[in-house]
Design a protein around this ligand. Structure first.
Ligand SMILES: NC(=O)N[C@@H](CC(=O)O)C(=O)O
Ligand SMILES: [Zn+2]
Ligand SMILES: [Zn+2]
Length: 377
């Protein structure tokens, strides 16, 4: 018998659901289903061109809204560009999708306070993204000196109540890659918050116990963090398991098991400071499987299944909905979604690869069987 743990749900269409499989589940009476408020993705790379067309149905089928990262080539540095990119995304959405892209601006050394006012007035830009120059994919135009170049902009962001989203790693090549998040907290984030305590900051894709402790130590409602599926289920061994695994390479790089456990404890504790941000970051296969592969894991297909598994294994399924669907909008001051989705405890196989016009994408956990199937209601 199927056991519904939460409340009744309205229909949503998820294109990759296999209805025959669903019927089989019901027929054989496999376990349970969860009904939860439709989640949002507070950290999403949708790219542009063919890749956008290929990936957008996956996110749009699961999520109500997505914070869209601005690290395109060229980056989305102005409100004008953000408005145009939003239009492109809306055009690429499947028919009948009501997915809402929440746009962001890419902070540079020369972003003006005026641009922040324009962003706020636009009504479609919800945050500004800090990429330390050289820290990650397409961050070349990022910030070289936050305190030296960006203080007037950050002060305007406080006035406009515009959150700063942070890729929290220093770029000094002398700092060990596994320590870059911790050093960033000590040398940039803590001083920033002391200087501008009213600034809202999201520490994106936290990967260490240090980051978890730091976020927990800050004032609730001002500092929060997104957490990816990969940093909840993989540790740094996964990058080297049986040979080099380019599809498990992302930034900030996966860390030790102790860090992974600290992140799991934090999110499953029920703290409001942590919320879902997949950091789904597609790259064409040849850009991952080459001598200098790109950082980024494509997890849009599997994210909800993985989050559910993590909360289930921690005995914290009752906290899953807040992490997925409440903490994010509450932090951003936006309404929670009103529609619902189901997660059904039923095995499903992740495709080996996804073909699209310019090549293929290898999804996270390609070819593996996962347990929780996101479903229409
Ligand atoms: N996370 C990643 O490894 N890559 C992201 C950039 C980012 O979020 O840092 C990308 O755009 O590919
Ligand atoms: Zn990042
Ligand atoms: Zn990202």
């Amino acid at each position: 018998m199927i056991k519904t743990l939460v409340l009744p749900c309205k229909a949503v269409n998820l294109p990759f659901i296999n209805v025959r499989r669903l019927n089989k589940v019901k027929a054989t009476g496999i376990k349970m289903e969860l009904s939860i408020t439709r989640p949002d993705d507070w950290h999403l790379h949708l790219r542009d061109g063919d890749l956008l067309q290929a990936v957008i149905p996956h996110s749009a089928s699961h999520f109500g809204r997505g914070i869209i990262m601005p690290n395109l080539k060229p980056p989305i540095k102005t409100t004008h560009a953000a408005v145009a990119y939003r239009e492109t995304i809306l055009k690429a959405l499947p028919a009948n999708s009501d997915f809402t892209p929440l746009m962001t601006l890419y902070l540079t050394d020369t972003t003006s306070p005026e641009e922040i006012k324009l962003a706020r007035e636009s009504g479609v830009v919800y945050a500004v993204k800090l990429y330390p120059a050289g820290a990650t994919t397409n961050s070349q135009d990022g910030v070289t000196d936050l305190f030296g170049k960006c203080l007037p902009v950050l002060e305007e962001m406080v006035k406009q109540n515009m959150p700063l989203l942070v890729h929290g790693e220093v770029t000094d090549p002398k700092v060990d890659i596994f320590d870059r998040e911790k050093v960033f907290i000590d040398t940039v984030l803590r001083p920033l918050i002391e200087r501008l305590p009213q600034l809202k900051v999201v520490m994106e894709h936290v990967t260490t116990e240090d980051a978890v402790r730091f976020v927990e130590s800050c004032k609730e409602g001002f500092i929060a963090a997104t957490v990816t599926p990969q940093h909840l289920v993989l540790n740094r061994n996964s990058i080297f398991q049986g040979g080099l695994q380019p599809h498990n390479y992302c930034l900030p790089v996966l860390k030790r098991e102790t860090h992974r456990r600290a992140i799991v404890s934090a999110v499953t504790s029920g703290s409001k400071r942590f919320f879902l941000g997949t950091d789904s970051a597609p790259h064409e296969r040849r850009k991952k499987e080459c001598s200098c592969g790109c950082a980024g894991i494509y997890n849009a297909l599997v994210a909800l299944s993985i989050y559910a598994k993590v909360f289930e294994e921690a005995g914290a399924l009752d906290k899953l909905e807040a992490f997925m669907s409440f903490n994010g909008p509450d932090f951003y001051g936006l309404p929670r979604n009103t529609s619902r989705i189901k997660l059904i405890k039923s095995p499903w196989k992740v495709p080996q690869s996804l073909s699209y016009a310019s090549g293929e994408i290898i999804p996270m956990f390609a070819g593996e069987t996962l347990e929780w199937l996101p479903s229409s209601v």
